[in-house]
Design a protein around this ligand. Sequence first.
Ligand code: FPP
Length: 247
Amino acid sequence: MDLKDQIDKKNLPQHIAVIMDGNGRWAQKKGNQRIFGHKNGVKAVRDTVEGAAELGIKFLTLYAFSTENWNRPQQEVNALMSLLITTINSETDTLIKNNVRLLTIGNIDGLPKNVSAKLKGLINKTSKNTGLSLILALNYSARWEIVNAVKEIITENRQNPIDVGSINNEFFERYLNTKDIPDPDLLIRTSGEYRISNFLIWQMAYSELYFTEVLWPDFRRNDLYEAIIDYQKRERRFGKVSEQIKK
Ligand code: FPP
């Protein structure tokens, strides 16, 4: 039986988040520059997005550039920014045709002007689409997001002091980049690294974590299916006991 047929369509993760790791190692193993790995990473992005959309996954978040990635060699940072532009240019029609809605999380205004302008253009063009929401995490880190939320809460409520008793999870989440996006059910990290790397720390409180040795440029929809099949074998208890879940 095909892997795809083993997936229970009634128990799909609503939101899958992915730490796409291993591009550099993939390229170096082949005796190439790191950017060759990033370029091939785009093929994995395309296949994963198509696979997720086809299955009916509602939200897919890809960690494409972290706040800490600015510390990489300037040449690699520049190459990643150019790759973003060329990918947006080449994928625009496919995203529109497939009813995909593009969203971003992270400090988009901190990206080079041509990159942020391109992104905003595509976000606009796809805003009415009702299929998969593809969320690119760019210039993103979870600690930045949380500190930013605190700043916004203080700025917005300067004139009227907040009733401390009214602060709860729901209140705080309204100030996160992911407001209106459900928490990830499943996190996938490639390349055999077992870390969260400052990604969606608040939102992943109850996510199921899945790690694979596959390097990101080799990741294809079958690897996505394997992760989903593994996810479907898990019992999500959210702090309760097994008997309460089975009721
Ligand atoms: C991690 O691999 C990958 C990145 C930091 C960049 C991810 C970018 C892409 C997949 C291409 C562009 C994406 C889009 C959405 C158009 P690494 O460089 O850390 O690999 P390493 O751990 O082997 O060094």
